[in-house]
Design a binder for this molecule. Structure first.
Ligand SMILES: [Fe+2]
Length: 195
């Protein structure tokens, strides 16, 4: 992703908006929604429930790493995990508060965590999510669960994971990226003031 080199706190939000616009119609392989629909649905649910803006923004951007040219997208034919969550977190890290980037970085681990800790969780996963779970290492071991419980933003991470699982509804209308852009800008501004 060569464009990211020139990104600044001023250009990151238009850059993300442009990704949604230009690449958002990309198929979310194995799901019945596009990538943009998937992320917008998660953000919409979060906003509708009055979640903090950081949760809305994290849900909106959690899969942005699928657009990284370096890691490529996910496919049902994949036989190894492409680590889109790490690519996304690396893109966002310089500009967003840690809680947002932690939710992005750990949304796959959160699935593995919930599979290990909640008996009913696995049954609610989509077919594609079950397929990728295998590539991602399956449910966490007891030792991994114990380590993951120490994540400083555990509650937010799990919340965004559940929004991720919910945002797979074919044809559900949502507001566009532009609706959420002011929140995204405020998140970037909040990171700036903590430097
Ligand atoms: Fe997702």
């Amino acid at each position: 992703m060569t464009e990211t080199k020139a990104l600044t706190a001023e250009t990151i939000v238009p850059f993300l908006a442009e990704i949604f616009e230009r690449r958002g119609a990309t198929e979310y392989l194995g799901e019945r929604v596009t990538m943009a629909e998937h992320m917008l649905q998660g953000a919409h649910f979060a906003e509708h429930r009055g979640e903090p803006e950081e949760i809305v923004v994290a849900a909106l951007l959690h899969d942005i790493g699928h657009f990284s040219e370096e890691t490529g997208g996910f496919s049902m034919e994949d036989t190894e995990d492409r680590r889109h969550e790490e690519a996304g977190a690396r893109l966002l890290e310089p500009f967003f508060p840690a809680v947002v980037t932690d939710c992005v970085r750990h949304h796959v681990a959160a699935k593995r965590f919930l599979c290990a800790t909640e008996p009913d969780y696995y049954g609610g996963l989509s077919e594609a999510s079950v397929h990728s779970l295998k590539l991602q290492g399956g449910p966490m071991t007891a030792a991994e669960v114990e380590a993951f419980e120490r994540q400083p933003h555990l509650e937010a991470i799990l919340k965004v994971r559940r929004l991720d699982d919910e945002g797979k509804i074919a044809g559900m209308p949502t507001p566009p990226f532009a609706h959420f852009a002011p929140m995204v800008r405020r998140a970037v501004a909040a990171r700036g003031t903590r430097r």
